[in-house]
Design a protein around this ligand. Sequence first.
Ligand code: TYM
Length: 329
Amino acid sequence: MKRFLSGIKPSGELNIGGYAGALRQYVAMQQESDAENFYFVPDLHAVTVPQDPKELHQRSKEIAAYYIAAGVDPKKSAIFLQSQVSAHAELGWLMETQAYFGELSRMTQFKDKSEGKDAVSSALFTYPALMAADILLYQATHVPVGEDQKQHVELTRDLANRFNNKFGDVFTVPEPIIQEVGCRIMSLDDPGKKMSKSNPNKSSYVLMLDEPDTIRKKLARAVTDSDMQVRYDWEAKPAVSNLLEIYSVFSGEEIPVIEKRYEGQGYGAFKKELAEAVIAKLTPIQERFREIVDSEELVSILKDGAERAAAIADETLRKAKQAMGFVVF
Ligand code: TYM
């Protein structure tokens, strides 16, 4: 039996990078017949950097609504908020006792997020131990993520092995699942940087809720490479390669098919039709999102998801505590 688990932090508006690297994989994983799926909103992770309480509240519901709108089916997947299953915080603490200062110091996400800042929370530093707990609580076998989370999943594997060697076999050692195409969508103004909402240039990313005209404008403005050829070559043509990956993710077509269609045509038609492919995929997701984001239906899906999740998480936590020597009745 496979168990898939993953999540997207409610720390800003979702851009199409998160969809390409993560969310669309969640939907695809549900097709596997012998699998159980857990997709949660890591709200405890979001507060490792300052959050406005009202925004955190709304964004947490929004991320869950994106899951459902994109096709995560609450019948096949437990959809829940991390903070509603208290075992996450508790196992997170226990995993902190197993993680070394040195290995946490090597996490590139921590280095990126703390660089040049004076007031960095200690939770931002220990964040990967909580992420390990998220995964290990469900005995997940597979964790679908984008490229930037690979290092965290590898640390999770190390912590699971370390724990099992010391205290006996409690945790399943998980594997990351990273798609070849779409695992690292880059910024539209600089293919050397990951597409991210923290970029001050609003044209550098496409948001899941962007209007069709905004999407057309942003993609028309996207930087390209100098020779006018639509060719997939990350070394020589990173900007066009990034656009080709976005095209492939949103149209469902293979990259060579797309390259062939635009052979000898320059970038004009390519960029226009890329925008239409993105719009065609996002429009029904946006419609469904608006229907459910503030609905009772969403609340009941999240309550049900948290109950299903807690039943499994509490059991794993009990085993881990017992193995470590805590008195468990
Ligand atoms: P987060 O919230 O930064 O990103 C959510 C998911 O989206 C992927 N992603 C991207 N993929 C391709 N191109 C991009 N530009 C892009 N931007 C984001 C990320 O790789 C990720 O898969 N620590 C996690 C959240 C988390 C988690 C977990 C994930 C907490 N606990 C347990 C899996 C399992 C994070 O910050 O992802």
